[in-house]
Design a protein around this ligand. Structure first.
Ligand code: PLP
Length: 318
């Protein structure tokens, strides 16, 4: 496989271990891959993507990075953190949606010295136009800018999660299923490709928290990532499914998830957020109760971070 330029920004491999109390309660071997412990800010999945995306930006001579997301975007915050560490200027073009005061990730964005610009729009196309305009302005002053799309979910960003599957293969020898939250698709795409390469036979369940056609987006991103790596990507029946746990909407906590979030905190000491990992975890456990994880291989839940949302949103009661 081709080696692509990569920066070292996180502490990898992250831990992966069985959740004993949860496994005993649910009668199934459940493991967790702790990408929330990857050593940057409060951790999270974007660091693996940014190791590739920012390597490309630096190799291209960029001194400024732009990205976008909602007001409380984990991706934006982690981009701010990584850019600061690399000495790059970071401009965040955030949708003026959700919690916009200085709490949660917005507090961290400021701490990392990012410049935050809000846009009162639901359309990323509008935001990308604003990025182009600032790019022109800064280029005229001699700067070079790189624009990372929402979630860092490009084929190159997805390559970051191939390495996560490789780590899991070395840490757990009985993987039947991988489970992760899906917001823009890059994490699931990298896991899907990585499972083909390192965990043959494991199936991926993506729990979506955003209404997009991930059944198509994820395999397409995985195929494009395989192209970058000169790797093969043979699909097999049932290797990937998407289940929705959007509930009241993107960024809106589900009351039904709160007991699952509390249960994991109290049994294992692990924090989940109500926007991504709490929805994915609750969705996984409900599927498990329905018998929707066939076979007896372990289920590995990929913890993708997001804890800052706990300091911006309330956990609603069922
Ligand atoms: C905490 C967390 N988990 C999961 C995801 C979903 O990852 P992806 O956008 O690669 O689908 C995100 C995306 O922003 C996230 O912030």
């Amino acid at each position: 496989m081709k080696e692509l330029p990569r920066l070292s920004l996180g502490l990898f491999p992250t831990p992966c271990y069985p959740l004993e109390a949860i496994s005993a309660r649910y009668g199934r071997d459940i493991w967790m891959k702790r990408d929330d412990l990857c050593g940057v800010a409060l951790g999270g999945n974007k660091v693996r993507k940014l190791e590739y995306l920012l390597a490309e930006a630096q190799n291209g001579g960029c001194d400024t990075v732009f990205t976008t997301g909602s007001a409380q975007s984990n991706h934006a915050m982690l981009t701010a953190a990584c850019a600061a560490r690399l000495g790059m200027r970071c401009v965040l073009f955030l949708k003026k949606r959700g919690v916009t005061d200085a709490r949660g990730n917005l507090l961290l964005d400021k701490l990392y010295g990012a410049e935050v610009r809000f846009f009162d729009t639901d359309q990323y196309s509008y935001i990308y136009d604003q990025m182009l305009a600032l790019d022109e302005e800064l280029s005229a002053q001699g700067h070079k800018c790189c624009a990372i799309p929402v979630g860092g979910s490009t084929p190159l960003g997805a390559v970051g999660y191939v390495g996560c599957a490789e780590e899991i293969a070395a840490q757990c020898d009985s993987v039947g299923h991988l489970v992760s939250a899906v917001g823009s698709g890059g994490t699931a795409a990298g896991l899907l490709l990585g499972a083909k390469l390192y965990l043959p036979g494991a199936r991926l369940t993506g729990v979506s928290v955003y209404p997009d056609a991930f059944e198509d987006i994820v395999p397409q991103l995985a195929e494009d990532a395989a192209g970058l790596l000169d790797a093969s990507f043979p699909r097999t029946e049932g290797d990937f499914r998407v289940v929705s746990r959007i509930g009241g909407g993107y960024g809106v906590p589900n009351p039904a998830d709160t007991p699952y979030i509390e249960e994991l905190a109290r049994l294992e000491g692990i924090l989940l957020d109500p926007v991504y990992t709490g929805k994915a975890w609750a969705g996984m456990l409900e599927l498990l109760k329905e018998g929707a994880f066939p076979g007896d291989g372990s289920i590995v839940f990929v913890h993708t971070g997001g804890a800052a949302a706990l300091f911006a949103l309330d956990l609603p009661r069922p």
